[in-house]
Ligand binder design. Structure first.
Ligand code: NDP
Length: 246
């Protein structure tokens, strides 16, 4: 995989899956912007990933805010001159059974998980169509395919990403841009740490490979889709779930 001279943006790159993706891309030689709402955390990750050969910048970004998205892309263009790879990873949960789900919980999840993907992709596609090359990878979830009690908002937002991915893949294939999604299953991160042990034990029984996924399991799939070698794959969802959903 030759990423030499390429530039990427990873949203939500300060911890968990996004941080692992950023680390793997930086290790492969991609100059990067790591963006999240907490400026200090973004800066800290950027410093830890920068090397003599790879420049990593941390930027403050709320993906649901169109103005902030524009600013981050402008700053990236100014610094690096191009955007080859966009990983739409930022995501949140605000769980609750439907009857008790507030409108705020619905809107917050939709705004960050789905509208955020739209806003960042709309900016990235400007650079990618101009240079006739680009890779967009959207992080969806197994919940989009199986459903999950308590996650009506989350699974709807993640299912929305799948339709968005396929449509944008069709719109920009002719310009050399591929758009794919990665659907993690149960991955050990801060997002899943909060679940009670008995729920985790039950979930493990549903996984044929018999273990929860690691952030690295997801990062490897994302980095492959981001590479020039994956140029004949577009509009697809790669499931990284230990066989939990087939
Ligand atoms: P974490 O909660 O560990 O990390 C989320 C990251 O997103 C953080 O860097 C956070 O930083 C950032 N973020 C949150 N909201 C925003 C926002 N509005 N704008 C920019 N950045 C934001 O999550 P995971 O690593 O577990 O999950 C990453 C992705 O993978 C998510 O899309 C999630 O839905 C998906 N996923 C995770 C699974 C799992 O089992 N862990 C399973 C399936 C999918 P900050 O708070 O500073 O903004």
């Amino acid at each position: 995989m030759d990423f030499k001279g390429q530039v990427g943006i990873v949203t939500g790159g300060t911890r968990g899956i996004g941080k692992a993706i950023a680390a793997e891309l930086a290790q492969k030689g991609v100059n990067l912007v790591v963006a999240a709402r907490t400026r200090e955390a973004a800066h800290e990750v950027a410093v830890s990933l920068s090397t003599q050969d790879v420049k990593v910048l941390g930027m403050k970004l709320d993906v649901s805010n169109a103005e902030e998205v524009e600013k981050v892309f402008e700053a990236t263009r100014k610094e690096f001159g191009r955007v080859d790879i966009l990983v739409n990873n930022a995501g949140i949960t605000k769980d609750g059974l439907l009857m008790r789900m507030s409108e705020d919980a619905w809107d917050a999840v939709m705004d960050i998980n789905l509208k955020g993907v739209f806003l960042c992709s709309r900016e990235a596609i400007k650079d990618m169509t101009r240079q006739r090359y680009g890779r967009i990878i959207n992080i969806t979830s197994v919940a989009a395919f199986m459903g999950n009690p308590g996650q009506a908002n989350y699974s709807a937002s993640k299912a929305g990403i799948v339709g968005f991915t396929k449509t944008v893949a069709r719109e920009y294939a002719v310009r050399g841009v591929t758009v794919n999604a990665v659907a993690p299953g149960f991955i050990e991160t801060a997002m899943t740490d909060v679940l009670p042990v008995n729920i985790k034990d039950e979930m493990k029984k549903l996984i044929p490979l018999g273990r929860f996924g690691t952030v690295n399991d997801v990062a490897q799939a994302v980095v492959f889709l981001a590479s020039p070698d994956a140029g004949y794959i577009t509009g697809q969802v790669i499931h990284v779930n230990g066989g939990m959903y087939m």
